[in-house]
Design a binder for this molecule. Structure first.
Ligand code: GDP
Ligand code: IMO
Ligand code: MG
Length: 427
């Protein structure tokens, strides 16, 4: 009964899409459990190259049922567009199921996301402007609308009318913007509801049945641990929990059923959007990594900030997730470098610290302490066995395992599904 949670271990974009696509070959169910279409998961396999924002990356596996879990916020327009794109490319989407408990991103959430960001001025978070924060805020404020509501026409119409009355007060009186039309939104969302209705259901029952039958379940994370509302660099983060406990909450699987927690780490760090990143390189090496790896956001196209692997952050991520293993991605990107560095501690206010601080003000002052390792300066992208890696490459991987305190299951040496080394089995 293996249940594997695939978790972003840094600031997102670690390569979760690639890892889920690879593991989905053997999975019966793949469930996304957090975030919304702020995510951008790149999958490169024999069907082509895909950038998925909301559909789980297991969609390419013919036998897998793919669930959009209760912990996801769904923009139905974006979902319909993504389903159209997949169909056009010949990918079957009949295995998709959407939790009736998943909340819906409404047009006013997207408007408010933009207006809230503008009002933050120089302290803007740098959100993806997909309405994520306002949609999750409405969920906990009990002002949300759920996918299941699209199936209950009169009740949906009345609820939408009441909520929009309140939203229009905020839009017009606080932001001086134009009001939105309840009727127009109702008509538009009824169309999405009609289209998606056959796939909207009680998804916890599907997962329960799969577990009872001893099937393989993957829980696909979005975003990354350091964007978590509790454990990330708050307020510079996202609005739902990308960590392993979020996998349970956002799918309806009990924590004691999750048998493996795979932490996906890049072998360096990236971050898109604002907020502290102690190992950020604002120099030629940072630029070299960005250009060699084409580190530009999958969802927004923004350049990603690049820096060395941060062990302090990685150990904290391991602590709050309980990783059973790591997937180390983008290994080939470091192939040309004469020296690779890892940050093992921070210097702050004349002291050395080894624990990831909660305070943004402290994090912004942290200066990384680096350990240097020799680069392997050999291409690794065609290597498929750990034993065939250059000795200095093995040494770097072993040192990361030792410093983080977690074994590596997978090493990724290129973006395609097959460009992967299994160092030790996940199951
Ligand atoms: P996700 O959001 O975690 O799924 O990651 P993204 O798809 O946003 O960003 C990861 C990027 O790294 C994508 O462009 C992937 O195709 C690419 N990628 C994943 N693993 C590797 C790897 O091992 N090597 C290289 N060169 N690219 C990789
Ligand atoms: P995947 O799943 C990287 C970042 C945004 C911003 C902050 C808040 O592809 O790893 P939001 O729109 O969520 O309110 O933005 O979080 N962010 C991501 N960064 N990868 C992601 O997803 C992200 N999803 C959100 O850039 O800093
Ligand atoms: Mg991404």
């Amino acid at each position: 009964m293996p249940v594997i949670a695939v978790i972003g271990a840094q600031w997102g974009d670690e390569g979760k899409g690639k890892v889920v696509d690879l593991l989905a070959e053997k999975a019966d169910v793949v469930a996304r459990f957090s975030g919304g279409d702020n995510a951008g998961h790149t999958v490169i396999n024999s069907y082509g190259e895909f950038k998925l924002h909301i559909v789980p990356s297991g969609i390419f596996s013919p036998k897998a049922i793919c669930i959009i879990g209760n912990g996801v916020v769904v923009n139905p327009k974006a979902l319909c567009q993504e389903l159209d794109m997949l169909k056009q490319k010949g990918i079957a989407t009949s295995g998709l199921r959407i939790s009736d408990r998943a909340h819906i991103i409404m047009p006013y959430h997207i408007l408010l996301d933009g207006m809230e960001e503008a009002s933050r001025g120089g302290k803007a978070i740098g959100t993806t402007n997909k309405g994520i924060g306002p949609a999750f805020a409405d969920k906990v404020a009990r002002n949300g609308i759920r996918m299941g509501d699209l199936l209950e026409k009169p009740a949906f119409k009345e609820r939408l009318r009441l909520i929009i009355e309140q939203k229009n007060l905020i839009l017009t009186r606080i932001y001086g913007a134009s009001p939105v039309s309840s009727e127009q939104i109702y008509d538009e969302y009824m169309e999405y509801g009609k289209r998606l209705a056959p796939d909207i259901c009680e998804t916890t029952a599907i997962l329960d049945e799969a577990l009872r039958a001893g099937k393989v379940v993957l829980l696909e994370g979005a975003q990354g641990t350091l964007l978590d509302p509790d454990f990330g660099t708050y307020p510079y983060g996202t609005s739902s929990s990308p960590i392993s406990s979020g996998a349970s909450l956002g799918s309806g699987i009990s924590p004691n059923k999750i048998t493996r927690v795979l932490g996906v780490f890049k072998v360096y760090c990236t971050r898109v959007g604002a907020g502290p990143m102690p190992t950020e390189l604002k120099d030629a090496t940072g630029d070299l990594i960005r250009e060699r790896a084409h580190e530009y956001g999958t969802t927004t196209g923004r350049p990603r900030r690049c820096g060395w692997f941060d062990v302090v952050a990685a150990k904290f991520s391991h602590r709050v997730n309980g990783f059973t293993g790591m997937a180390l991605t983008r290994f080939d990107i470091l192939d040309t470098l004469p020296v690779v560095k890892v940050c093992t501690g921070y210097k702050v206010d004349g002291k050395t610290i080894y624990d990831f601080p909660a305070s943004i003000a402290t994090l912004e002052k942290c200066e990384p302490i680096y350990e240097e390792l020799p680069g392997w300066q050999t291409s690794t992208c065609n290597i498929r066995k750990f034993k065939d890696l250059p000795p200095k490459a093995k040494k770097y991987i072993n040192r990361l395992e030792e410093l983080v305190g977690c074994p590596a299951n997978l090493i990724c040496v290129g973006p395609a599904r097959e460009q992967t080394i299994e160092k030790s089995p996940i199951l």
